[in-house]
Design a protein around this ligand. Sequence first.
Ligand code: AMP
Length: 213
Amino acid sequence: MNIILLGPPGAGKGTQARILVEERNMMQLSTGDMLREAKDSGSEMGQIVAGVMARGELVTDEIVIGLIREKLCSDTQGGVIFDGFPRTLGQADALGKLLEENGKQIDAVVEMQVDDAALIARITARSTCGACGEVYNDQTKPWPSNGKCINCGSTDIKRRADDNEDSLKQRLMEYYKKTSPLLGYYYARGDLKSVNGLGEIDQVKSEITAALK
Ligand code: AMP
């Protein structure tokens, strides 16, 4: 099964993708993670995208489609969860073609609905483990007081440079202008399922499980 998790920044796509990876042995493809890796590596492409990401704007379709194309060449037998991709109609078209070339297709697109106020609260409180990617929230799931990640024991707590109110406002604008048209695109194909992304992690997980049946 190949699925797309669609929703604004902070909707919980990464958290739910990680659960699907563990439970269904699927592969998570997060263009945000790939771009952050490129940025941290200091590669030429990483240097190009760093400023764009810090401002909360979208990186060009050409760059992100290139990243996805590379990954789709690897073994994706267990199915793929596209997290944060596609984000434009151009990316959606390109993904459809890439999958078709590989004899594959999108089986479901899960929209995670969360209102703006909750997104801002979530994102400004968010941190992640630099080693394993476990997601924390200052209010609802704080970093353990012993300083060690509950999942892997690392002490490398990270806050994303673009998780601040200014970047977030821009990221939300980009979402509404360029990504939300994908809801109509996938609805028209009969692929769209919408879930309430506001609940507890387990509750959202159950809704996604039901939507994927
Ligand atoms: P994310 O981790 O998905 O929130 O992405 C972080 C940032 O990476 C975004 O604000 C964009 O600057 C960039 N980015 C991630 N995925 C894409 C994409 N599919 N298209 C364009 N830019 C992207």
